[in-house]
Design a protein around this ligand. Structure first.
Ligand code: PLP
Length: 417
């Protein structure tokens, strides 16, 4: 008999996106003439940068000839890409990251999901609330979290992000071993200053913790004072692993390429306090379970670092940030308190009422889809997340519809409360 890993039974059913789909289906059946505008999911809509497309074509042609054909590549990624990443994303910004600390992969989601495999079952884990659900669910799958009640797992430390703390969580009250941080944040869009990030690095050094720093939205940072990498903080290389992706910067959500930086001097400890290299074990894990990203995709990622590529990536980021500004400004002008949308593609809106009720009223009155904040954790229950990833005209139309029907939305909320 094949028995289930019972840890999987502890996962909260993923009602969020199926619930959204169900409500959307019903709405579309009842309103066949209204074009729904989806500002819910964080998927890009605009085509790949031209520099990446031509690199892809060229690489595909290379695969068509025996002389230039490539089979399996290095599991860690081709040197040409690892060097470009180290130089352009780190060394040029004063962060001392070397190519052999970079592991190219097919996504930040899988890297961050897989990384916890390296740690003992009994480590204490802290996540922010609201949170990108992958951090929690993969620790649940690993059997590390205990059971849940009221949407929270017994053995996870939740770092609450609320209007009262400006969505900047306090340091954990007691010692934790593994801390997931995400800046710019999904879903709140909040960013972190160097000073605030320094507190986390210091905490990690003092408590022998490790920070898993998810910087998937780093390319949206406009403010030159904000850190783009945790390695801009002194000594962070001792206590932090950083995850970055080409998904939201160069529009690779369908192409798949990302990378993880595992510094040479990050250490793991045994029960008897022997020290091991985290990088060596991640390398061991990857070479056993992963066979690398395809050559054409790595060529496309590499092309994103060319002068043309950089300009085109900036064009894409600016495009979505223009959408974000439109969304943010409209909601602020309607009286809502918002975070994000300036250095991030997400706008977190305090609707001060049940997030599903607001979702329904917004959909029913305007045909616009958002994401109810409760899907990201308890602290999201009176918030919605709006994503700037859509065509600009669609975003403009969405906010016009919302402005136009705002009184009706509020009236429907009142009737249902
Ligand atoms: N990390 C965060 C915070 C995200 O929001 C997402 C995608 O939405 C990812 C990682 C996934 O990145 P990738 O497409 O590289 O798997």
């Amino acid at each position: 008999m094949i028995k289930l890993n019972m840890a999987y039974k502890r996962l909260e059913p993923t009602y969020l996106f199926s619930d959204i789909a169900q409500r959307l289906n019903k709405y579309e059946q009842n309103h066949p003439d209204i074009k729904v505008i989806k500002l819910g999911i964080g998927d890009v809509t605009e085509p790949l940068p031209e520099a990446c497309i031509s690199a892809l074509h060229k690489a595909v042609d290379e695969m068509a000839s025996r002389d230039t054909f490539k089979g399996y590549g290095p599991e860690q990624g081709y040197d040409f890409l690892r060097h470009a990443i180290a130089e352009k994303d780190y060394q040029s910004r004063g962060a001392d990251v070397s190519p052999d600390e970079i592991f190219v992969s097919d996504g930040t989601k899988c890297d961050i999901a897989n990384f916890q495999e390296l740690f003992s079952q009994d480590i204490k884990v802290a996540v922010m609330d609201p949170v990108y659900p992958v951090y929690v669910d993969t620790n649940v799958m690993a059997g590390r979290t205990g059971g849940s009640s009221d949407g929270r797992f017994k053995d996870i430390t939740y770092l609450e992000c609320t209007p009262e703390n400006n969505y900047m969580p306090d340091l954990p009250k007691s010692q934790v071993d593994l801390i997931y941080l995400c800046y710019p944040n999904n879903p709140t869009g909040q960013t972190i200053t160097k000073k605030e990030l320094e507190r986390w690095v210091l905490y990690a050094i003092e408590n022998q913790s490790l920070i898993l720093y998810d910087a998937a939205y780093e390319s949206f940072i406009q403010d030159p004072e904000l850190p783009r990498s945790i390695y801009e903080i002194p000594d962070a290389k001792k206590v932090a692993v950083e995850f970055r992706s080409f998904s939201k910067s160069a529009g690779f959500t369908g192409l798949r390429c990302a990378y993880t930086v595992v510094p040479e001097n990050c250490l793991l400890h045994s029960q008897s306090d022997a020290e091991y290299s985290l990088r060596a074990f991640w390398n061991r894990r990857q070479t056993t379970k992963f066979n690398g990203v395809s050559y054409p995709v790595q060529c496309a990622a590499h092309a994103a670092y060319s002068d043309n590529g950089q300009a085109q990536v900036k064009g894409l980021v600016d495009y979505y940030l223009k959408n974000a500004a439109v969304i943010r400004e409209s909601f602020i002008s309607m009286g809502y308190q918002c975070t994000g949308g300036d250095n991030s593609p997400y706008i977190w809106i305090n609707v001060k009422t049940d997030s599903w009720k607001f979702f329904d009223a917004l959909l029913n009155k305007t045909g616009v889809v958002c994401t109810p904040g409760i899907g990201f954790g308890k602290c999201g229950k009176t918030f919605i997340r709006i994503s700037a990833f859509n065509n600009h005209d669609a975003v403009v139309e969405a906010v016009e519809r919302i402005r136009h029907s705002h009184d009706e939305i509020l009236k429907e909320m009142d009737q249902n409360s």
